[in-house]
Design a protein around this ligand. Structure first.
Ligand SMILES: *[C@@H]1O[C@H](CO)[C@@H](O)[C@H](O)[C@H]1NC(C)=O
Ligand SMILES: *[C@@H]1O[C@H](CO)[C@@H](O)[C@H](O)[C@H]1NC(C)=O
Ligand SMILES: *[C@@H]1O[C@H](CO)[C@@H](O)[C@H](O)[C@H]1NC(C)=O
Ligand SMILES: *[C@@H]1O[C@H](CO)[C@@H](O)[C@H](O)[C@H]1NC(C)=O
Ligand SMILES: *[C@@H]1O[C@H](CO)[C@@H](O)[C@H](O)[C@H]1NC(C)=O
Length: 573
């Protein structure tokens, strides 16, 4: 207890600020503790009452007798023009439509503005929601400059589904400081660097010593998708040189996909993938593998559509037994069931809503070491699927024996997403508490200088973001890239040259975010703060190398203790 008057005032102020900041960040404006209206929420085309099964507080809203897809709860929210907002709530479905595995839940808006009248942009969607668990719904949006009013709607396609709703939040997206670019360097230093302490003890007094430190590899992964043929074809030497000189990680764009490996049932072609993988492993490139399954109907192997439902699972087992041992010890990661937020072909065919968890477990049985990922799109570059991904990630993480390692975020940036919004969407996923990898980054813009600037913003944000451990581009060369406006390099197959965006990338990852330092030292010690990764160290005496060694700098730092007797060097620690 502080009894002095000044102290009390101070304490109250701090308390007030604490409460204010907590509420300021996540103000629950629809906690549904009572049925009184006037709290910003309304209902139509349904009836509501209170239920004691709640996500927060003691009650939630129980929504029944829905008469149409639009029948349900909506919110009138007060907004300012040209501002980023988010809506978030918890929902629990109490039943499903007969014969259905899941139900589609959306959050939509009504945005009124003077120039465009009423528009109805969608905020977020959970395509395949399971019943009987609290799940998150929501999304973010930016108000137009002439906004006059906004309503937010919770909408379920299936009219006969009843639900509970709780913990509704509407708020501004937290602002990024105007100095965030400079500040990112501080975060990067804290997150990505550590100290190398070097101590040299010399028997014969001090002499003219220099230590040279050169980083060979980065702990943080920078990589790209590659074309499996071009990476081994001698006519594409320029393509290969650019790739190997810029990136330390690779992923085959297409040739590990089931449809591409097995055009006709039972005839699996391993050769193209095998040649490319072996060539890259030989060069010391680390590999992500993409993907075992892809349950979006247009991407399944063609022959599979004529397989009877009760035989589908057998084909999945065959695929696992073929592909997982094939890549074992050669790849670091597998994307197990690509884009599962967008397609549940195999769940529908087998009637098993948790089939993807089974896929993860089966993959683990065949390879105990490979790291297993979900991988999805429109989770940060668009606003729609972030909550769905949060739900899925949490469900996988909290279900026993589901060997999930990380969350793959594709990040195909077709439009300029405000870094503040991009960070908000990452924060949404980081709450899962698993490592995030950016798996398919591309930035489409034919103005290469604007692309270079935005690329730097995006890379700064991602590289300074604690849960992100790697960034893979989805191609780099204009001669072979799925989105031509995203190219980082141009030229002929034998002479691939960085464009301004590619140059910016190389400056950041090969220069600014890499350590290459020389320091002269007399007997004694020196500390060099360096990016984590693999190093080559050389100790020079009067310009002559008297000792070299390689080591890895990882979290926690590195201490090197060298003992010199004449020109003999022994390592003490
Ligand atoms: C939006 O405009 C429509 C049509 O004029 C009106 O019915 C509705 O109440 C308005 N909603 C808000 C939130 O301003
Ligand atoms: C699917 O898995 C979730 C999470 O473990 C679980 O709550 C749910 O009951 C499972 N669904 C079925 C139909 O088994
Ligand atoms: C490291 O720095 C030295 C001296 O500044 C320079 O000559 C060399 O090219 C650099 N190496 C790399 C890989 O950047
Ligand atoms: C120290 O070594 C450098 C070469 O690394 C040489 O140029 C310099 O003359 C030496 N200085 C002394 C005092 O020996
Ligand atoms: C350090 O690694 C480099 C690159 O792999 C290699 O060329 C060199 O021989 C290694 N040096 C030592 C001392 O092991």
């Amino acid at each position: 207890m502080i009894h002095r008057a000044v102290g009390t005032v101070y304490t109250n102020c701090v308390l007030f600020l604490l409460i204010w900041s907590v509420n300021g960040l996540e103000e629950i404006f629809g906690d549904f503790e009572t049925l009184t209206s006037g709290q910003g929420w309304y209902y139509k085309g349904c009836t509501v009452d209170l239920n004691t099964d709640s996500f927060t507080g003691h009650h939630s809203l129980h929504v029944i007798n829905r008469q149409a897809a639009w029948g349900g709860i909506y919110f009138d929210v007060s907004v300012k023009p040209t501002t980023n907002y988010y809506f978030r709530a918890r929902i629990k479905l109490l039943n499903l439509s007969p014969g259905k595995l899941t139900s589609n839940v959306q959050v939509t808006t009504l945005v009124n503005s003077t120039e465009h009248g009423s528009q109805h942009p969608k905020l977020g969607e959970v395509r395949f929601m399971q019943p009987n668990v609290w799940q998150e719904i929501g999304g973010d949006f930016t108000t137009p400059s002439d906004v006059t009013g906004v309503s937010v709607y919770v909408q379920l396609h299936d009219i006969d589904v009843n639900y509970l709703l709780d913990s509704a939040v509407f708020n501004e997206v937290p602002a990024l400081s105007s100095t965030w670019r400079q500040d990112s360097d501080i975060l990067i230093d804290k997150l990505r660097k550590d100290d190398i302490q070097i101590r040299v003890q010399e028997e014969s007094g001090s002499s003219n010593l220099t230590v040279e430190l050169q980083q060979l590899k980065s702990e943080f992964a920078f990589g790209s998708a590659v074309n499996a043929e071009y990476i081994v074809n001698p006519n594409y030497k320029g393509y290969q040189d650019f790739f190997y000189d810029t990136f330390e990680w690779g992923v085959l764009e297409n040739k590990l996909k089931w449809k591409q490996m097995e055009w006709s049932h039972g005839h699996v072609n391993h050769d193209v993938a095998s040649n490319a993988i072996n060539a890259m492993v030989e060069k010391g490139t680390k590999l992500r593998a993409h993907n075992i399954f892809w349950g979006i109907e247009k991407n399944i192997p063609k022959w599979q559509s004529s397989i009877p439902d009760d035989q589908i699972k057998g084909t999945l087992v065959d695929r696992l037994n073929d592909i997982v041992p094939f890549t074992k010890r050669k790849v670091e990661h597998w994307d197990v069931n690509n884009e599962n937020l967008h397609g549940n072909y195999y769940e529908e065919k087998t009637g098993d809503v948790n089939l993807t968890m089974w896929m993860f477990r089966e993959t683990r049985k065949l390879d105990p070491n490979v790291k297993l990922f979900l991988n999805d799109f429109a989770v940060v570059n668009e606003r729609y699927f972030g909550e769905a991904y949060y739900n899925q990630g949490m469900m996988f993480k909290t279900t026993p024996d589901v060997p999930i390692y990380g969350i793959g975020v594709q990040s195909h940036l077709k439009t300029h997403v405000d870094p503040e919004v991009l960070k908000f969407r990452l924060d949404r996923l980081a709450r899962i508490g698993l490592p995030i990898w950016i798996t398919e980054l591309d930035i489409s813009n034919y103005d290469v200088n604007a692309k270079a600037d935005y690329l730097e913003d995006v890379l700064r944000l991602y590289f300074s973001y604690p849960s992100i451990d790697g960034i893979m581009f989805w191609g780099f060369w204009s001669g072979r890239i799925s989105k031509p406006a995203a190219a980082l390099a141009d030229g002929s197959p034998n002479n691939v040259k960085a464009n301004p965006a590619g140059e910016r990338l190389r400056k950041l990852i090969k220069q600014d975010w890499r350590t290459n330092e020389s320091k002269s030292l007399s007997s004694g010690s020196t500390t060099i703060r360096a990016f984590r990764g693999d190093y080559s160290l050389k100790l020079l005496k009067n310009g002559h190398i008297i000792h070299s060694e390689n080591f890895t700098l990882s979290k926690g730092g590195r201490y090197l203790d060298l003992h010199l007797a004449g020109s003999t060097v022994s390592i003490i620690g």
